[in-house]
Design a protein around this ligand. Structure first.
Ligand code: G3H
Ligand code: 13P
Ligand code: ZN
Length: 326
């Protein structure tokens, strides 16, 4: 007997309708990574208060950290918590950077409504074959699949890419047709983590390659595009971390106006993890520096959670444009 659980029984939705509405409406659905209770509570509260659809996403590392079964029940809890806050929010539970068919299968069987199969580091035909295999399994269960073409610099779980390789627009049509993916992650100059650009003194962040995005849109009009590595590396958090004993010199991210521009195009999913990590670290450091005798984790994690709520509301309202679209 199969122990598989369908996401539909958990109150979750897949991302297809959300992406369609986002492409038509000129906004992007936020995809926030979570690993623990406070992060997920903050996502639910902020998205309920801003009436935003949301993708809650889990990396392989998060799955190892928090346990797959625990994550499934947390996602169920997120749906129920939103209802108690008076909002029937569309919530997608997504596997971020799946690296094998078996991992995607396991997540689908444990209640994920969307998976990413990241074959971007593989030779093209191998990426196509692996992605196609995941799509066949997922679509039989009405689960959506994100594929990737082009490599982002930075760290994705255990994989470190020194150099980014931009997506080749001439490959996207063939890839989408051969694999049947529901959305496509592309590489146009973003990267993972808190050090996205190496800037000389006085130099400013280079613009994303909107020319490549335009070319991709021309070849697959209206097709849902995903932007990874989209944290802004909020300077105020970096400053707080450095002020209270941290060491994050040279941390820099994607300016908000560029993300806003991307969200208005066919980019309909924007992935944000590092900004949340920075918010939590900044607030915990600040709180403990001011309250050296405090040892109740609810106090410092509570302060971090409040900041995360403010950050996510800001992203939904001012950057992604997803507020009011639930
Ligand atoms: O793309 C990477 C995400 O930020 C997840 O990071 O693998 O350390 O959980 P992680
Ligand atoms: P950041 O590191 O910019 O937050 O990117 C997160 C991401 O792409 C998760 O898949
Ligand atoms: Zn990513």
């Amino acid at each position: 007997m199969s122990n598989a659980v369908s996401y539909k029984d958990l109150g979750l939705v897949n991302s297809r309708a959300l992406f369609h509405n986002a492409v038509d409406g000129g906004y992007a659905i936020p995809a926030y990574n979570f690993n623990n209770l406070e992060q997920l509570q903050a996502i639910v509260v902020a998205c309920a208060e801003t009436d935003s659809p949301v993708i809650i996403q889990v990396s392989k590392g998060a799955r190892d950290y928090a346990n797959e079964t625990m994550l499934r029940y947390m996602a169920m809890g997120a749906v129920q918590m939103a209802k108690e806050l008076g909002k029937d929010l569309p919530i997608v539970l997504h596997l971020d950077h799946g690296d094998s068919f078996e991992l995607c299968q396991s997540c689908i069987d444990s209640g994920f409504s969307s998976v990413m199969i990241d074959g971007s580091h593989l030779p093209y035909e191998e990426n196509v074959a692996l992605t196609r295999r995941v799509v066949e399994y997922a679509h039989q269960r009405d689960v959506a699949v994100e594929g990737e073409l082009g490599v982002l610099a930075g760290i994705e779980d255990d994989v470190v890419a020194e150099q980014s390789t931009y997506t080749k627009p001439e490959e996207v049509e063939d890839f989408v047709k051969k694999t049947g993916v529901d959305s496509l992650a592309i590489s146009i100059g973003t990267s993972h983590g808190a050090y996205k650009f190496k800037l000389a003194p006085g130099e400013s962040v280079p613009p994303l390659r909107f020319d490549i995005l335009d070319e991709i849109e021309k070849r697959i009009p209206g097709f849902p595009i995903v932007l990874h590595g989209a944290s802004s590396v909020v300077p105020a958090y970096v400053a707080l971390i450095n002020q209270y004993g941290g060491k994050m010199d040279g941390a820099v991210g994607v300016p908000e106006d560029q993300l806003r521009q991307a969200a208005k195009s066919a980019v309909c999913k924007i992935n944000i993890d590092s900004d949340g990590r920075l918010a939590v670290t900044a607030k915990v450091r600040e709180f403990l520096a001011h309250n050296p005798a405090e040892f109740d984790p609810r106090k410092y994690l509570g302060a971090a959670r409040s900041e995360l709520i403010a950050l996510i509301k800001h992203k939904n309202q001012a950057v992604l444009g997803s507020a009011g679209k639930a």
